[in-house]
Design a protein around this ligand. Structure first.
Ligand code: ATP
Ligand code: MG
Length: 421
């Protein structure tokens, strides 16, 4: 993509009404635009990052036999009344509206109830199970505070997965298999070492649910961590009882600011019982289905990655989800020969399948470099009159600042082969 054709522009100044680092940097760089507090539009650069995060999540959910679907945002009041979750005093984030034809609707903040209801059409016997389904969906939540940029949206993208199992053994086995699947996602995003399976407030069936908490100063949660023992406890369940049951003492734990990037819930048979989602078991008896739910905050993750990796110059994307791999910065573009030469390198990189953003704008070098730092693309390749004459190109790694001088051949070989970069 040519930067001259990108309608978004970088901005030097932080937007006046924004205090969160992730939103400020993402807005300045042109990844997102703010509609109102907690509501952001994702622009061409931003969409590329979102889609890459989604693809990583998708691959790992497929690997645990998840089947992708998309459910509607509009939800029926009657359904949520069955489980006692329509009331605003029970669920405090509902957005609700009314149908012109009469009757209320809710905007989906989660989908356990509708998916459970829908599954009645497909599940009648233990032989129909196990089933696991997931979606990437725009959730709407009337969050009281929305001061963390895209880490807490009133509208945000979540991956939510739901499992349906025939008995406790297979249900628990599936639940446990999602933990390493989630850790694979976080490893691929470069935050695996800082992300911990955390004991948190439970569902109906179990004492605890499991959150995935990532160390992050901008996070809204407080987690008590013991890295050696691999134990993490959300402050909301830190008490004598919890410590005892997990075999740790308070002084072995370090208080740490974290962001919840995922959460998994074990409902046992309770949710299906409330909804009337029944199956015939092996003895021919009618019993409720075993259910679990598994969330990942896709856009929150994008914010966490900005918060964790950005430096004083701007965003630093992990390579796995960067909008482009290479930022090709053309200098001396007022010289037609240099411009032609740089165009040629752009086309060759593109032909080799390298994702490249080409800064072909007629600006001073300093401005281009500042923009490049702000955008955070992993490798900056500089093409100038000098590099054309000498046949050597500077390649600068955004994360480390490491500079290498490569010939044109080496350049192509390098970006053909991920391991060299
Ligand atoms: P929180 O305690 O941060 O409000 P939650 O417990 O309400 O989160 P879940 O309902 O379990 O979150 O949603 C699944 C995942 O969706 C969370 O782990 C988080 O990563 C993400 N998420 C939740 N609320 C938001 C939000 N308002 N904006 C962006 N992501 C969110
Ligand atoms: Mg919440």
């Amino acid at each position: 993509m040519k930067q001259s054709q990108l309608f978004t522009k970088t901005r030097k100044e932080a937007p006046a009404d924004e205090t969160s680092k992730n939103a400020i940097l993402l807005m300045r760089a042109g990844y997102i635009a703010k509609e109102m507090a907690g509501a952001y539009s994702y622009l061409p650069l931003g969409i590329r990052v979102v889609e890459k995060i989604k693809q990583i999540v998708r691959e790992e959910m497929n690997a645990v036999d998840g089947q992708e679907l998309i459910m509607t945002t509009l939800q029926r009041k009657e359904l949520w009344e069955k489980t006692g979750r329509w009331d605003d005093s029970v669920v405090d984030v509902w957005f609700k509206s009314a149908l012109k034809a009469g009757g209320e609707v809710g905007f989906g903040w989660s989908h356990e109830e509708p998916i459970g209801e829908m599954m009645k059409n497909y599940i009648s016997s233990y032989k129909d199970l196990p089933i696991s389904v997931y979606q990437f969906q725009t959730k709407l939540r009337n969050e009281m505070r929305a001061k963390s940029g895209i880490m807490r949206g009133r509208e945000f993208i979540m991956k939510d997965m739901y499992s349906f199992s025939a008995d406790e053994t297979s249900h628990l086995a599936y639940y446990e298999s999602v933990k390493p699947a989630y850790m694979k996602v976080f490893n691929r995003l470069g935050i695996g070492e800082d992300t911990f399976v955390t004991f948190a407030a439970g569902g109906a069936f179990t004492k605890f649910s499991h959150e995935f908490q990532t160390i992050c100063d901008a996070g809204e949660d407080v987690t008590y961590l013991n890295k050696e023992k691999g134990i993490a406890i959300n402050s909301e369940v830190l008490n004598d009882d919890t410590l005892k049951s997990l075999g740790v003492t308070r002084d072995e734990l370090t208080e740490t600011k974290t962001a919840e990037v995922g959460n998994i819930f074990n409902f046992g048979q309770q949710k299906a019982e409330d909804l009337g989602l029944m199956m015939k078991d092996a003895n021919g008896e009618n019993v409720p289905v075993w259910m679990g739910s598994y969330g990942i905050g896709v856009t929150r993750l994008m914010g966490v990655l900005v918060e964790k990796f950005a430096d004083e110059k701007g965003i630093v994307w992990p390579e796995s989800i960067a909008p482009f791999k290479v930022h090709l910065v053309g200098l001396n573009s007022d010289d037609a020969e240099v411009k032609d030469f740089t165009d040629g390198i752009y086309l060759s990189l593109k032909e080799k399948g390298v994702e490249v953003l080409y800064d072909d704008r007629d600006l001073r070098a300093g401005e281009k470099f500042a923009d490049s730092d702000l955008l955070g693309i992993p490798y900056r390749v500089i093409v100038s009159k000098k590099s054309k004459e000498e046949g050597k190109f500077e390649v600068i790694a955004r994360a480390t600042g490491k500079v290498r001088l490569l010939t044109e051949e080496e350049l192509y070989a390098d970006f053909d082969n991920n391991e060299n970069t």
